[in-house]
Design a protein. Structure first.
Length: 454
């Protein structure tokens, strides 16, 4: 192709300059060179999360365990990563009892939830070999990584198809794993993972579309002569304890287990924006809140809507269209946790200004400022009298090698609920922040709040 090219000899010495400029990672094998020949000979595990939308049980992670021989998968849901060791012990007891075989090897990444000392000690005591991926090489745990990706792809597709709220992602994960364990895979030939694990060919005749409308039969003990005999719910999977379906009633917000169900797989529940907001409020604050507005609150919303030109359509307050095409105003429902607090909602402008004036007093910072005021001198005297009366301190000689710790006055003006001054409080405290742990002290004490303070 060219003229006058000298004969090149393949260099045997490593070129450092070329490595600095062009070194790349070694390729991963596309197919594993070894596979387990018995159940539980090798178990793959990985943790997925945190998932932004918290589940109905306040779970943010899920951990998967996959048997390399049968490729059957088990799923557990976690609040925090630190619970991985706890659920591994539960998984180990479950599968070893089912298969009458002990786990021989566990393959995971190098996440802190798998490399803790208690996890390593437990595996060593039970003779479980550990296989950890090389740093920054998650592909070495490719079986678990790809399974988690497959699960999340299925979950997104199922929830989007029927418009299921994101807070039900854990139910969708459970159903996706249930389906995958009974679906063919390229690794296990001519049988499903469930059959490879249990030796029994599974049935899939009860499979239904996740999130579809399901009509549940209402028993005679829960209805009268003229009540309806069917209740519309949402299909979320199958029960793990019973041979029945797992359903959700969006009206009463409760789970129903029943086998007498008629499905409308082509229909999905009309959740609505109001339901999503109320569910998200419950999940964020871990407290049950009523999603429906009743009584006086309902009347106040109607009055406010009439004053601002709003109309109610399908239970949602919206703004009437004007020439300026204003956007609809979202209805705000106060979370239940705010009911425990006193707000300034009912105060007038004059009351609010008086609160600012009363609460804006400057408390003295130094002793030199406080001793000029008779009020603060009296507060300091009351503090010293209380210290002597309670025998707070005992005078003693300073031990050898120890250093003295200074004291400091703290001044605070206490106010009542209406903002007026209740008392002037002075406290004499020790400058504990000047001490260093292990040098000046070795014990730690937790302060206890009084009931009056609460």
């Amino acid at each position: 192709m060219v003229f006058e090219l000298p004969r090149l000899i393949q260099p045997l010495k490593v070129c450092t300059e070329c490595l600095n400029g062009k070194q790349k990672r070694d390729p991963f094998p596309k197919k594993s060179s070894w596979r387990a020949e018995l159940p539980l000979e090798l178990v793959h595990s990985d943790l997925c999360g945190p998932i932004q939308s918290i589940s109905n049980n306040n779970k943010r992670y899920f951990i998967s365990f996959i048997d390399d021989y049968s490729r059957k998968m088990w799923i557990y849901f976690l609040h925090e990563k630190s619970e991985a060791f706890q659920f591994f012990r539960i998984f180990k007891a479950k599968v070893e009892r089912e298969a009458s075989i002990q786990i021989k090897c566990l393959r995971t990444d190098r996440g802190g939830e798998f490399t803790s000392s208690e996890f390593s000690i437990f595996c060593a005591e039970n003779g479980i070999q550990r296989q950890l991926t090389a740093p920054y090489s998650p592909k070495q745990n490719g079986v678990a990584e790809q399974k988690n990706r497959t699960i999340m792809n299925m979950v997104r597709s199922m929830m989007i198809t029927r418009g299921v709220p994101k807070c039900f992602w854990a139910e969708a994960v459970n159903w996706a794993v249930h389906v995958l364990n009974r679906s063919p895979t390229l690794t296990v030939q001519n049988m499903t993972p469930e059959e490879a694990w249990s030796g029994k060919r599974p049935s899939v005749g009860y499979f239904r579309v996740f999130g579809c409308v399901a009509h549940v039969h209402v028993g005679a003990t829960h209805r009268t002569k003229l009540d309806t005999r069917s209740l519309a719910c949402v299909f979320l999977g199958v029960s793990e304890e019973s041979k029945a379906y797992r359903l959700y009633d969006p009206i009463s917000k409760r789970i129903i287990i029943s086998r007498d169900v008629v499905f409308e797989e082509d229909c999905g529940w009309n959740w609505g924006e109001e339901f999503n907001n109320s569910i998200q409020s419950e999940l964020d604050w871990n407290h049950d809140t009523e999603s429906n507005v009743e009584g006086d609150d309902h009347e106040e919303i109607h009055e406010a809507a009439d004053e601002e030109g709003l109309v109610q359509q399908d239970g949602v307050v919206q703004q009437e269209e004007t020439s300026e095409h204003l956007l609809p105003r979202r209805q705000h429902i106060q979370p239940s946790w705010m009911r425990d607090y006193v707000t300034g909602e009912g105060l007038s402008d004059d009351d609010f200004e008086s609160h600012l004036v009363v609460g804006g007093e400057d408390d003295p910072v130094h002793y030199e400022e406080a001793e000029k005021s008779p009020i603060w001198k009296q507060a300091m005297k009351e503090e010293m009298d209380a210290i002597e009366r309670n025998g707070t301190w005992v005078l003693t000689n300073l031990p050898g090698g120890a250093k003295k710790i200074g004291v400091k006055w703290i001044f605070k003006t206490k106010h009542e609920e209406n903002g007026f001054v209740f008392k002037h409080k002075a406290r004499l405290v020790v400058r504990g922040y000047t001490q260093e742990y292990g040098v000046d002290y070795t014990e730690v004490f937790a302060p206890v709040a009084r009931m009056e303070t609460i």
